[in-house]
Design a protein. Structure first.
Lengths: 115, 111
């Protein structure tokens, strides 16, 4: 257990529905990252926050995806109008800024299945 | 961005040392090498990282060649629980802290 928690761990939804995932980082960590992992592939970066500011978004993050970190603590990732191609593991990681030795610690992930 | 090359898979015997190679021939002078592993259906787990010198912690040792173009992760006494996908990642200055995962090496530890 790294101290990063994610909820829910599994989500099954029907195409077109909206889903929201939550990530609670390690308490003293000011950076929070979201990644997506499809079957057989390594995780791919989606977006990251430093405190409450969203500093970078990948082109993978379509306009149906939105992430927030309102108080600089937990974060939510919402997917609107889900598509079957959104089926994946969504991973959250957190870190404390410290130059190039910064280490990210991952949560257990939320596995999404869109039917 | 510095890319890494790893073998797609390898087997090792339980109780023996597992040596996992990684090539990163385009690495820049101040880029770190990070190793993570991912056990089936879990999130990636941080193992170790290094810049120039060899590093050791409770999980593994990291040997980086003098020219920094390759490295080896050593699991000193592999157990069945070490079966996982191992990722070698170079933290790139232009990537602004995000991690770029490749396909990794699927390591299977056999009894």
């Amino acid at each position: 257990d790294t101290g990063v928690s994610q909820d829910p761990r599994h989500k099954i939804t029907k195409r077109g529905q909206n889903v929201t995932f939550r990530c609670d980082p390690i308490s003293e960590h000011n950076r929070l990252y979201w990644y997506r992992q499809t079957l057989g592939q390594g995780p791919e970066f989606l977006t990251y926050f430093q405190n409450e500011a969203q500093l970078e978004k990948s082109r993978l993050l379509s306009d149906r995806f939105s992430a927030e970190r309102p108080k600089g603590s937990f974060s939510t990732l919402e997917i609107q109008r889900t598509e079957q191609g959104d089926s994946a593991m969504y991973l959250c990681a957190s870190s404390r800024t410290g130059g190039w030795e910064e280490t990210q610690y991952f949560g257990p992930g939320t596995r999404l299945l869109v039917l | 961005d510095a890319k890494t090359t790893q073998p797609p898979s390898m087997d090792c015997a339980e109780g023996r040392a597992a040596n996992l190679p990684c090539n990163h021939s385009t690495i820049s002078g101040n880029e770190y090498v990070y190793w993570y592993r991912q056990i089936h259906s879990q999130g990636p787990q941080y193992i170790i990282h290094g810049l120039k010198n060899n590093e050791t912690n409770e999980m593994a040792s990291l040997i980086i060649t003098e020219d920094r173009k390759s490295s080896t992760l050593i699991l000193p006494h592999a157990t069945l629980r070490d079966t996982a996908v191992y990722y070698c990642i170079v933290r790139s200055r232009s990537n602004d802290y995000k991690l770029s995962f490749g396909a990794g090496t699927t390591v299977t530890v056999r009894a």
